[in-house]
Design a protein around this ligand. Structure first.
Ligand SMILES: *[C@@H]1O[C@H](CO)[C@@H](O)[C@H](O)[C@H]1NC(C)=O
Ligand SMILES: [Ca+2]
Length: 194
């Protein structure tokens, strides 16, 4: 709450100083834990396994992978809009075992409309723990080639058709992750149509 108010205050101040020009939306990143050993850092195109919990600015927890659903961490591909923009921006350069807190403005989360439990124009706070980092499709181009219907997701059929991917990606496309751009609340439906 305090942080939310503070950032609101700073934004107002900036608007005042700039004469009304809004600053570009940014993710505020706090490193909560950094492991002693770090073999590689997450980058665009990597597949990340994460645990996460999300809070509204009034302190309400709207999701936790630790306690909800199957209580398993989730896989997603970084930097391809599979998740909200705030995650794509805020989870770069992380080590396996690292924990971060991300404070994400609505423009990089669910915007004017909100989604499910998330009201319109909500600034969200996530605590995210990276469990594992793996190589994704080798390049942006190969991903685009495989994504035949351009929806930024690889379906099992797309993966099978090109036959280039290993099991890791199959795993990624075979389940649903946390705050997906459009489909968070439709997990069951997604699973059936996948
Ligand atoms: C926090 O905000 C959400 C969404 O606006 C609302 O549903 C919830 O009741 C609020 N919780 C508290 C403790 O104010
Ligand atoms: Ca596709």
């Amino acid at each position: 709450m305090f942080l939310a108010c503070l950032s609101w205050f700073c934004t107002s101040l900036l608007v005042f100083v700039n004469g009304g020009k809004l600053p570009e939306a940014e993710v505020k990143i706090t490193v909560l834990h950094k492991p002693f050993l770090c073999h590689r850092k997450s980058k665009y195109g990597d597949i990340l396994l994460v645990h996460h919990e999300g809070y509204l600015s009034n302190g309400t927890k709207f999701h936790s992978s630790y306690t909800q659903g199957d209580k398993q961490p989730v896989w997603f591909t970084l930097g391809i809009k599979e998740v909200i923009k705030g995650w794509d921006k805020g989870l770069q350069g992380m080590c396996a075992g690292e924990k971060r807190r991300l404070i994400i403005p609505p423009a990089l989360a669910y915007g004017k409309e909100g989604k499910g439990k998330i009201p319109p124009e909500a600034t969200l706070t996530f605590n995210i723990e990276v469990i594992e980092i793996r190589n994704g499709p080798r390049s942006h181009e190969s991903f685009q080639e495989m994504d035949l219907n351009d929806d930024w997701k690889l379906s099992k059929q797309e993966v099978r058709r090109l036959g280039q991917m290993d099991r890791r990606t199959e795993r990624v496309t075979g389940r649903q992750v946390g705050p997906q751009t459009g489909r968070w609340t439709d997990r069951q439906t997604d699973r059936q149509t996948d």
